[in-house]
Ligand binder design. Sequence first.
Ligand code: RNT
Ligand code: ZN
Length: 428
Amino acid sequence: MTNTIERFAKQTAGTFHQTSYEIAREHYATLGVNTDQALARLDKIALSLHCWQGDDVGGFENPGGELTGGIAATGNYPGKARNAEELRKDLDLAYSLLPGSHRLNLHAIYLESDHKVERNAIEPRHFTAWKDWAKAGKHGVDFNPTCFSHPLANDGFTLAHRDPSIRQFWIEHCIASRKIGEYFGQELGTPAVTNIWIPDGYKDTPADRGAPRRRLLEALDQVLAEKLPHNLDAVEPKLFGIGSESYVTGSMEFYTAYAVSRKVLLTLDSGHFHPTETIADKISALLLYLDQMLLHVSRGVRWDSDHVVTYGDDLQAIAQELVRADALERVHIGLDYFDASINRIAAWTIGARSTLKALLVALLEPRETLQQMEIEGDFSSRLALQEELKGMPAQAVWDQFCQQNNVPVGMDFMKVIKQYEQTELSKR
Ligand code: RNT
Ligand code: ZN
């Protein structure tokens, strides 16, 4: 396998010529699209890379502990990060293969401490190494309380638990997490988005759907009571999880109304809806009522399976909506998937590069022309142009973006990853 990629990379190395970009630029110019402007805009977009792809959502609080909460990473590809140092090293490699400057999305269980720290007692000092690393690499950091993989989450409820003491524990954990978000926001000079996702729900038909929702509402109000200027709060709805197929307390309707009434961010995870339901069309509607949003870009295959994001229709539609709705300033873009069956650094890199490419293609749309056709009622031309655009030389513009950012062009990034596999991952 390694030989194939080495041979392939050798053959393709340097096949990108500046002239390809120049031709593409001219081609786009005939449609009134300025490719240089699109690249300049793309350069400003920071994706939030999810730390949990690097170790199958394990974290370092309880090494070897079970992943619970109705989510699952399948596969046993060798070389996963076993500690924070290894994870940061792997992340450094992934970032070096991405054009542009990007953020890190950290979960509470990735804390560093030489003794066990209860989740409701986590503090910024458990994250100083992450802060130093982020500062050095100029990464903004986003944060998440971890309301799963814990004995007090074992019966399937956390913030909506009927037992007040268990509920209190998770309220305290979420408050502590927000303070860590605030710490990162302040230290790094860019606000952290702290996203609350809880697994709470029932496997089978509940007798009372309302009571847990009321408890969740009251718990969230307690969690969010204190204003933290460098922290942005987000809440993430879900339709179902493994073991919560019939009822999830934090549903789309629950959190949409919550986010609108409490003026917090709503998180849309592309895997959290009915299998054929996509999130692109939700963005422009919700942005009429919300100041900002968070996306968890993921890929469900038949269920919320968290496959690596690929350059498909769903991803393109999300990117188009962000650009067409002029929403890039208001929507934070995070990735959320965990595939343990392939090289984990490749998983990050492939998903992030595809997301950036989708954003680029959206930025290369002759938006005003298409909208003008629509205004004039010329839907035939709108359709014709939409189809024409699919064959435009976007790949040459993407290659140019990689080249001008000094990151590998084309498949060359896989060669770097394969090398790292030999020198680093194979030793783990
Ligand atoms: C679970 C949610 C949530 C998690 C992460 C690990 O379905 O998507 O965002 O994936 O918190
Ligand atoms: Zn998510």
